[in-house]
Design a protein around this ligand. Structure first.
Ligand code: ZN
Length: 255
């Protein structure tokens, strides 16, 4: 029932945020330290709701502690600030491995035959149900030790993309915003693919050239982790995300 859920969420948000959680965020999260104080307050409420509503499961021997729950929630919920966005409604559980895990992968070789292989991954997610993360990558992203990458922001950006029913690099937007969105994102996506094909240097992760959904996810990572570089070199993309998230990380993150 929608009203019951809204009431429960209001009650959770009204509780005092544990001092131990605040301390660990302060210690482990670069974005948390730089976030404007008002936003930090709002984030606390979202974290409360998130850790109550989502199921966390440890895998490969990882023990799920408050540190795990709160650090994942704090980064995922950055994408919800200032918006009436729901809490990633298609997602029920988050599985965490201690470090990069091996996943089976099927691909085609040069003659078109399907080859079974394994690859190391730091995270992945599907439209409904589950999201998987490697804890060492979560820590590195939170601390800002992974450059412009942040695996939690990446996977939850996919979750926003899925809310439209398709993974096509466009999240839910007011209808009249889609034409400009596809013009700006389409042009920048083509630019990245062209630069890579020509062997030119790029300042957006080459992984984004895989498809429009990955392009959206890597640009959202950069928006939060390296906002100044994104806003100076790709002002169109920055503006689109500034409007979507109603935030301006370039004004508070000094990099
Ligand atoms: Zn991805």
């Amino acid at each position: 029932m929608v009203w019951l859920r809204a009431w429960r969420r209001r009650k959770l948000k009204a509780r005092t945020f544990p001092a131990a959680w605040q301390e660990l965020l302060w210690k482990r999260s670069l974005l948390y330290r730089h976030l404007p104080a008002m936003d930090r307050e709002e984030l606390h409420g979202h974290i409360r709701v998130f850790v109550t509503e989502k199921r966390f499961e440890g895998a490969g021997g990882l023990l799920v502690t408050d540190e795990v729950r709160v650090l994942v929630a704090s980064q995922a919920c950055l994408l919800l600030l200032h918006r009436s966005a729901d809490y990633f409604p298609g997602l029920y559980s988050i599985v965490i491995y201690p470090s990069g895990y091996l996943a089976p992968k099927r691909e085609r070789d040069q003659v078109g035959a399907v080859v079974e292989a394994v690859e190391a991954r730091a995270g992945e997610t599907w439209a409904r149900g589950t999201l998987v993360l490697a804890w060492d990558a979560v820590l590195a992203g939170a601390a800002g030790r992974a450059g412009c990458s942040n695996v939690v922001i990446h996977e939850f950006a996919h979750q926003l993309d899925y809310q439209t029913g398709e993974a096509d690099g466009a999240p839910l937007l007011p209808r009249d915003r889609y034409p400009e969105w596809s013009r700006v994102w389409g042009r920048e996506y083509a630019r990245l693919q062209h630069a890579l094909a020509q062997g030119l240097p790029v300042d957006i992760s080459p992984y984004g050239a895989k498809n429009p959904a990955e392009f959206f996810a890597v640009v959202v990572e950069q928006f939060f982790m390296c906002p100044r570089a994104l806003s100076s070199r790709h002002p169109g993309l920055y503006r689109q995300l500034q409007e979507l998230f109603r935030q301006d990380p370039a004004s508070w993150l000094p990099r």
